[in-house]
Design a protein around this ligand. Structure first.
Ligand code: PLP
Length: 392
């Protein structure tokens, strides 16, 4: 490691272990000490094809040799190609590319307010859910229901109306003349991988139709193959009017997107945009990743690896005080009967495994979508050892 690589000048935003990672390959990340770590975090579910996959590297290299950024005022080929394929895959009509999940979600709220102002008598409110997580811009922190943020960065952006999860009657009561949209994550990832039921999602779709409001799905974490389908909404057999995707669509590079039905695409020139949005370098990578992930055989493999992984986790239940195994595809979590998840994360790190604890009693797993059963077995083995020291 070079001698200038010290953390002194890095602004504090989170507690990071005193380790520096220098190289990654597939499901493995290597520290500056040369040690290999089995990575079931994968950059927070972004490296959908694992670390430094050839798909991502080849696309980056080829596009870097052509053109990197033509600016947001012009079309470029990868942007148009990727927009077309995401529109075809999702059944939505148009795509706006962004650089972070929060930014894509901001775009969704702007679109909903624009739509509400011209199509629903000036409606501007958005119904959101307890424990939701939509990102870290001021508006998205206001939309999120993370308990620790309740008093942070006051005053909040207003007009988000919060309701309890799975409570259809509360959603119905919250929808009024000022409501433009209902927004949710089909599986609340940061809350601890908590899925909405199919019946609830169908019920919300019906309510949105009945009242003429938009349904927005934040699929930043669940989209692009993570749950074994291209988009999580497919499991429920419904389609949102607006959807955001992020994380996995770039296979590790910063790329996210806002998708919407034609009637909702109401931005006028200058309403939305940004210097880097839709740049050809990132969208070329996105195109390569989406081509790979959307193959039916690839998605079938995600589903079967997820089923295998969930079964291995369920097999641990009797031994370690695991009270729930949940999630879909390769977005899985276990809930423990004690708030010791972060100690297990620390123990696992020492044993060479990267996992994450979104809540005090919840461990979350988001491996590469092409993780092998052998890597899952190895992971479960290290997880067992990590839990043994703390829970037995
Ligand atoms: N929405 C969901 C469901 C997420 O899981 C996240 C990130 O974890 C975000 C939005 C925010 O994305 P980003 O961190 O790229 O802004």
């Amino acid at each position: 490691m070079n001698t200038y690589a010290s953390s002194d000048s890095v602004m504090f935003t989170s507690h990071r272990p005193a380790k520096t990672f220098v190289r990654g390959e597939g499901s493995w990340l290597y520290g500056s000490d040369g040690r290999g770590y089995l990575d079931f975090v994968q950059g927070w579910a972004v490296n959908s094809l694992g670390h430094s996959s050839t798909v991502v590297r080849d696309a980056l290299q080829a596009q870097a040799g052509r053109v990197i950024n033509v600016g947001p005022g012009y079309y470029n080929e990868p942007m148009m190609t990727l927009a077309k394929s995401l529109a075809c895959l999702s059944g939505l009509d148009r795509v706006f590319f962004a650089n972070s999940g929060a930014e894509a979600n901001e775009g969704a709220i702007k679109l909903a307010r624009k739509w509400g102002s011209s199509r629903r008598d000036g409606a501007y409110e958005v119904v959101v859910f307890e424990d939701a997580f939509h990102g870290r811009t001021l508006a998205m922190m206001s939309a999120s229901g993370k308990p620790q943020w309740r008093k942070l960065y006051e005053p909040k952006v207003t007009r988000f109306v919060r309701v309890p999860r799975e409570d259809l009657a509360a959603v119905r009561r919250a929808i009024g003349p000022n409501t433009a949209a209902v927004m949710l994550e089909p599986i609340q990832g940061e809350a601890g991988v908590i899925p909405f039921s199919t019946s609830f999602l169908r019920g919300v779709r019906e309510l949105a139709d009945e009242h003429g409001v938009l349904l927005i799905f934040d699929e930043i974490q669940t989209g692009v193959g993570r749950t074994g389908r291209m988009f999580c909404f497919e499991h429920a057999g419904i389609r949102p009017d607006v959807m955001t995707i992020g994380k996995g669509v770039g296979g590790g590079v910063p790329l996210t997107a806002l998708l919407a039905r034609e009637e909702v695409c109401l931005f006028e020139a200058g309403d939305q945009g940004g210097t880097f949005n839709g740049n050809p370098l990132m969208t070329a990578v996105g195109d390569a990743v989406v081509r790979e992930v959307s193959r039916p055989e690839f998605l079938a493999q995600v589903e079967s690896s997820g089923t295998y992984f969930a079964a291995q986790l369920a097999a641990l239940s009797g031994e370690f005080g695991i009270v729930d195994v949940r999630g879909k595809g390769l977005l899985l979590a276990i809930e423990l009967n004690q708030p010791v998840a972060s100690s297990i994360v620390d123990a696992a790190l020492e044993l060479g495994l990267l996992i994450n604890a979104p809540r005090p009693a919840v461990l979350r797993f988001m491996p590469a979508l092409n993780v092998t059963c052998g890597e899952i077995d190895r992971m479960v083995e290290i997880l067992k050892q990590s839990m043994q020291s703390l829970l037995l």
